[in-house]
Design a binder for this molecule. Structure first.
Ligand code: FPP
Length: 263
């Protein structure tokens, strides 16, 4: 079901993509189906330049816009980015506040273009706990793009993998208590249908910028068989060329999913 499908692009668009030197030598049959990115290092990027950490987040938004464009050009089926974790509330109030305003600003400015690019936006995490402005904007954007058929762009916001699995488990327990299902009915498919990512393909590629090599509570269930790409580059410096380099490397990976055959 989750094969890469190439839509018929307008001839001029198709030409622009094929002529872009960045996209040469990419085996489009060997691109990931679901790429998940941990956009780390905004603070370090800013501190290295003697700037406030918040300047790093602003620069991070520009990097994200460019990476989404690549995903659109290459028709990647799904891209998920970690914008704010359930643990990020521990940061100073001023930084959290800045990030929330940045997300509102990003969404209000980018919705039109995303929609034109046929992006289908979705949010993962406890969206209900965000500010009314952000919640409303998120809901409106999701509704507006619900029928789009291009890249499935997922923004994890107030998201934690353990929290997501706990919420799904509670939902299953509630249904069992209501007599709607018995323990024998609980399988991977049911659990997946209760996750924030219900209906999305499993994550097959995780990229983390800025040198740390950990998952930080990101997509713990979904990334069970993902390939990983770590780079020392801070997120604001993660250019389309860096992204392409990672995608090409993914294409060379031999994947066995616990079996013996390379896939
Ligand atoms: C990590 O940098 C980044 C975040 C906490 C997430 C914020 C991401 C952005 C602002 C990019 C744009 C996203 C959206 C959805 C518009 P860090 O502060 O952890 O960096 P550090 O590890 O160097 O301190």
């Amino acid at each position: 079901m989750w094969k890469r499908i190439f839509k018929d692009s307008a001839p001029s668009e198709a030409k622009a993509i094929s002529e872009n030197p960045l996209y040469q030598d990419i085996d489009r049959e060997r691109l990931p189906v679901h790429t998940a990115i941990i956009m780390d290092g905004n603070g370090r990027w800013a501190e290295g330049r003697g700037l406030l950490r918040t300047a790093g987040h602003t620069a991070g938004v520009d990097a994200l816009k460019q990476i989404l464009k690549v995903a659109i050009d290459l028709e990647l089926p799904a891209l998920t980015v970690y914008a704010f974790s359930t643990e990020n509330w521990k940061r100073p109030h001023s930084e959290v506040d800045f990030l929330m305003r940045l997300f509102v600003d990003y969404l209000s400015k980018e919705i039109d273009e995303m929609d034109e690019d046929n992006v289908r936006l979705r949010f993962l995490g406890r969206i209900d706990e965000l500010s009314p402005a952000l919640k409303d904007l998120a809901r409106t954007a999701v509704e507006r793009m619900a029928d789009n058929t291009g890249v499935r762009f997922n923004v994890a916001m107030n998201y934690g993998g353990q929290d997501e699995i706990l919420r799904a488990t509670r939902e299953i327990a509630r249904r069992a208590q209501a007599g709607e299902l018995s323990p024998e009915n609980v399988d991977g498919q049911l659990l997946e249908s209760c996750l924030d990512t219900a209906g999305l393909p499993p994550v097959d590629f995780v990229i983390r910028t800025s040198g740390d090599m950990r998952l930080s509570n990101y997509l713990l269930w979904q990334a069970a068989y993902a390939e990983f790409w770590f780079t020392d580059t801070n997120w604001p410096d993660f250019t389309p060329a860096c992204f392409i380099e990672a995608l090409k490397d993914f294409g060379k990976r031999k994947r066995r999913f616990g079996g013996l055959k390379n896939i």
